[in-house]
Ligand binder design. Structure first.
Ligand SMILES: Cc1cc2nc3c(=O)[nH]c(=O)nc-3n(C[C@H](O)[C@H](O)[C@H](O)COP(=O)(O)OP(=O)(O)OC[C@H]3O[C@@H](n4cnc5c(N)ncnc54)[C@H](O)[C@@H]3O)c2cc1C
Length: 200
């Protein structure tokens, strides 16, 4: 464990999940620290991830700080570095330094109703907050999660959302009408206005 946020450490990719496909595909990576190093992070913080010889990118840490064995990152394929991540294989070594950025003050929200709102890969920074709140379920009131994607195939964390429904109200939306879609059709703000949740 190190306190030096500027010192790159070695991470090993131990899991890769294909979340969405297409030109702007998203993959979720589990990264462990093979040298028993690593660092603690708080909900909402990021890390600089590097692929050797390609460069580094700022990516949100998408796993809860309560998970100690690995850190999770969901990466959208954009350009040089993120494409190199999409080409990476399980077992590959990467560089990782951090954590950086502010955190969500989850402890201050205890006893309150929580409403989370996200779209696309923007779910990644709030996912650790949702996971941590759900792990401490009795500390919070009602938890509602609004999430939207362009199409149902662009929805991240599909299996996790099914599990999340056991402890939170999940409001999913897609931008345009789709055969068989049972969630809301329209953009996230419209769904929000429609359901009008009230954080308490
Ligand atoms: C705080 C923070 C948190 C973030 N968290 C996440 C996250 O959790 N997940 C995630 O996927 N992303 C996240 N990002 C965004 C991520 O850092 C960038 O998408 C990534 O750094 C892009 O790097 P790249 O080398 O792949 O792309 P680059 O090669 O830098 O390209 C980025 C985009 O610019 C275009 N481009 C490149 N060069 C040019 C040029 N010369 N002219 C015109 N256009 C060009 C590319 O086509 C591409 O669309 C986060 C960013 C910040 C700041």
């Amino acid at each position: 464990m190190t306190d030096n946020i500027y010192l790159p450490q070695i991470g090993r990719i131990t899991g890769i999940e294909e979340e969405t496909r297409g030109a702007r595909a998203i993959k979720t990576f589990k990264v462990e620290f093979p040298n028993d190093d690593g660092f603690e992070h708080a909900c909402g913080q990021c890390a600089m991830l590097s692929i050797f010889g390609r460069g580094e990118s700022m990516i949100s840490i998408a796993s809860s700080p309560l998970v100690k064995e690995y850190k999770q990152f969901s990466i959208m394929k954009m350009g040089r570095v993120t494409t190199a991540f999409h080409d990476a294989k399980i077992g590959d070594l990467i560089g990782i330094r951090g954590p950086y950025g502010n955190q969500f003050p989850l402890d201050d929200w205890k006893g309150r109703d929580l409403v989370f709102i996200g779209g696309g890969v923007g779910l990644a920074p709030i996912w650790p907050v949702i996971q941590t709140a759900v792990a401490q379920r009795e500390d919070f009131g009602k938890i509602t999660v609004f999430y939207g994607a362009r199409t149902s195939s662009d929805i991240m964390y599909k299996a996790d959302f099914e599990k999340l429904k056991e402890s939170a109200e999940v409001q999913l939306s897609v931008d345009a009408p789709e055969e068989g879609w049972q969630g809301y059709t329209g953009f996230v703000p419209a769904n929000l206005m429609d359901k009008a949740p009230s954080p308490g």
